[in-house]
Design a protein around this ligand. Sequence first.
Ligand code: NAP
Length: 233
Amino acid sequence: MPTALITGANRGLGYEFTRQLRERGWRVHACCRLPDRARALKALAAETEDAAGEVLRHRLDVTNGLQLAALGRELADESIDLLINNAGIFGPRGGFGKIAYEDWLQVFNVNTLAPMHVAETFAPHLARAEWPKLVNISSRLGSIAENERSGAHIYRSSKAALNMVTKCLSIDLKERGIVVAALNPGWVSTDMGGKDAPTSARDSVAGLLGVIDGLGEEDCGGFYSYDGTSLPW
Ligand SMILES: NC(=O)c1ccc[n+]([C@@H]2O[C@H](COP(=O)([O-])OP(=O)(O)OC[C@H]3O[C@@H](n4cnc5c(N)ncnc54)[C@H](OP(=O)(O)O)[C@@H]3O)[C@@H](O)[C@H]2O)c1
């Protein structure tokens, strides 16, 4: 049974990744900050009529190095086929003249530093799999080439930096056979994306899983959208 580890799995895209991978028969390590309060995830983990997949809940605040190290040790004997660095925050939207400097570093901690730390922690687990993949959920807003409107400086810069982390990781982990890519889910109707977003979490994740399925060595270090198109950095 292939195995995935997903951060921020209790709601939004992370939950939907968990649901769809379980439906496919995967074993999913679903990580979230408060697993005891993650009602939807609990219900998914308890569903037994479809015995195909399995959902295992773990406590993980991705900015908590001690929790991360403990989970790495707890899963020390596991092989992980797919790691999805999904947890993220938008932070304050304020643009030029209204920057919330006091919040900027926290957004970087969650969106940029934590995915690197998660990758370092689980690289040995990934290296045990036959065709391991590590994807960072980025955003089109992190593309420097596509930025024509400015705004959302904090979020944009955290995802642009995540894109650089992705590129570095694709080189760092190449020798271990781990394919690394940055993925843009589109504008999705989750708590972060809001009700006006044109794409459902279901469609976005179905598209993203299709992209992940197709990732090969030649795609390592790329930036792809959920519809399979390649994005400029
Ligand atoms: N929705 C969009 O339109 C869109 C577009 C582009 C990119 N993205 C990216 O897609 C990813 C998922 O977004 P979403 O739309 O599903 O957002 P969401 O509905 O707001 O969910 C965010 C998830 O991240 C978790 N999280 C936040 N901080 C965390 C931390 N310190 N440790 C562990 N988990 C943490 C949240 O957990 P809690 O419940 O504990 O807060 C929640 O599970 C993010 O990386 C986001 O930047 C989303």
